[in-house]
Design a protein around this ligand. Structure first.
Ligand code: IMP
Length: 495
């Protein structure tokens, strides 16, 4: 038993402060040194967490992109996928095969909560079908097509299939029949044609082959294993091949069972705390994609903000000791929706996009680029009670003569210093970002490892950002860490 009556605060959370892609993966990798267990709390394989790991043959760092497995897999320490995550079992199996090609074997390290829901083939099909329907009225969200929205909708509808169902084949097959029949009915009711239906499966095959190119090239999988057409009804009608689905899910389930990894993650957290050890909770996406507080309706379907960790993992907020927010030194966004601080000068935007390699880790889509948006980070810091900020990719801004910071928005004559609660304001074509402009710096900062060695203008830029963020917080947050390059050593703590 720990500490007489007081609740031990041994849980740290890392969360994104923008629209995802802030570079959380490498920060989690870094902060996981102090944690006994690292746990993903929300989202699914729509996330793409990039970490750089040492290739022992060449002695060089190589890029490893994780979508479901927590980034600390590279630290060979216990990791878990919590009940708030949606798991595509096929994707999970492929990801395990992928990390093995880097010399890591997550089996033995990994726990998966039986409450986590499964992303099924019908969810992936529905994701694309719904986007198709929305695009008719110019309202497509630009989802990752990983089936995330329909999988979370099934949870809310109480029809989702859980990891636990893998151990109950009768229930699994009944739910599979029901969910796939419902999806096909919906698609018929939406007026999808047979050609569109076939096209969805062809698109999924293409996407999966591209996403698993490394496994195909390494001859660990044949391209045929990513053929989604096998799941469509063989007579060409709008329906699924239920037999094929059941056969492949049974194989996937059998594989996952051999890992002996399905256990209550909430109890794992309890046992870790009982032993006096720390836990790191890994967020996916970012605050502006939060299903309630983000840039509605162009959001994801889960809760990336810190509170999402509590509901995703079955713990109370009293266990939380710190919440670290990760933000880029500028802003990026993929998918559709508002982007108040978008850089309008195409030369500058392209320069940052190329220098920062701003292409989606999950979909490969180019990310739109914007100036640092203070209202976004102010709101995100409040929603997640951020006590320390990590600024990533500061090095990308080196070389810009002038750098803008968006300090507020004006909408119909009204100034907003934080994200307006009425989403119509945020999405209004009349929204005007208000900028201040600072002088940039020219020095290469990729070898800087202390605040004091940063160029004065870079220090001024960061100090201005944090002061502006603090203007609207009831406490003072601080810059905790800065990254100046992709390698693990190109990241330093600020005193
Ligand atoms: P979904 O999560 O695939 O449904 O996509 C909903 C929105 O969230 C889209 O705009 C996606 O581009 C965006 N999104 C989802 N996951 C990520 C991520 O990890 N990084 C950046 N954007 C994301």
């Amino acid at each position: 038993m720990l500490m007489n009556g007081s609740i031990p605060r041994l849980v740290d959370i890392v969360t994104g402060l923008q629209w995802g892609d802030e570079g959380k993966g490498r920060i989690i990798d870094f902060l996981s040194e102090d944690a006994a267990v690292v746990i993903r709390y929300m989202g699914g394989n729509n996330a793409g967490h990039t970490v750089y790991v040492m290739d022992h043959d060449t002695g060089k760092f190589v890029k490893m992109v994780l979508h479901l497995l927590p980034s600390a897999i590279a630290k060979s320490k216990p990791v878990a996928i919590g009940g708030g995550v949606v798991v595509d079992p096929f994707a999970l199996i492929h990801e395990v095969e992928y990390v093995k090609t880097f010399g890591f074997d997550p089996i033995g390290q990994l726990t998966i909560d039986p409450r986590a829901s499964l992303v099924m083939v019908c969810d992936r099909v529905m994701d694309i079908a719904l986007e198709l329907a929305r695009s008719k009225t110019g309202q497509a969200i630009g989802t990752t097509a990983k089936g995330i929205g329909p999988a979370y909708a099934a949870i809310a509808n109480r029809t989702a299939i859980r990891v636990a169902d893998l151990y109950h084949p009768d229930a699994f097959n009944r739910l599979l029949d029901e969910r796939h029949a419902e999806a096909a009915n919906l698609c018929r009711a939406m007026g999808l044609t047979r050609e569109q239906w076939q096209q969805i499966f062809a698109d999924l095959t293409k996407k999966e082959c591209a996403a698993n190119d490394h496994l195909i090239k390494a001859q660990l999988r044949s391209a045929g294993s990513f053929d989604y057409a096998q799941y469509a009804a063989s007579d060409g009608s709008i329906g699924f091949n239920l037999q094929q689905l059941k056969a492949n899910y049974q194989l996937a389930g059998a594989r996952i069972k051999t890992w002996d990894c399905v256990r209550d993650v909430s109890e794992l957290i309890k046992a870790t705390i009982e032993s006096g050890q720390r836990l790191l909770l890994e967020g996916a996406q970012g605050a502006m994609l939060d299903n309630r507080f983000g840039s509605w309706p162009n959001v994801t379907s889960s809760h990336p903000i810190a509170g999402g960790a509590c509901v995703g993992l079955g713990i109370g907020p009293m266990l939380v000791d710190s919440v670290t927010g990760v933000t880029k030194a500028y802003t990026t966004r993929v998918g559709n929706g508002c982007f108040p601080s978008r850089i309008t000068d195409p030369d500058v935007a392209l320069w940052i996009q190329n220098k920062g390699q701003e292409f989606g880790a999950t979909t490969g889509r180019p990310r739109d680029v914007g100036w640092f948006d203070v209202p976004v980070v102010r709101s995100a810091c409040w929603w997640s009670s951020i006590d320390g900020i990590v600024i990533t990719k500061l090095d990308i801004l080196s070389g810009l003569k002038k750098i803008n910071i968006c300090v507020s928005y004006t909408i119909d004559g009204q100034e907003f210093k934080v994200i307006p609660g009425d989403y119509h304001h945020l999405n209004s074509p009349d929204l005007k970002p208000n900028y201040i402009t600072l002088d940039g710096w020219n020095e290469d900062i990729s070898n800087v490892r202390r605040w004091a060695d940063l160029p004065v203008n870079a220090q001024r830029y960061l100090s201005t950002i944090v002061e502006l963020v603090n203007e609207s917080l009831p406490w003072r947050t601080r810059i905790k860490q800065i990254s100046v390059g992709p390698n693990p050593d190109q990241c330093f703590f600020c005193d």
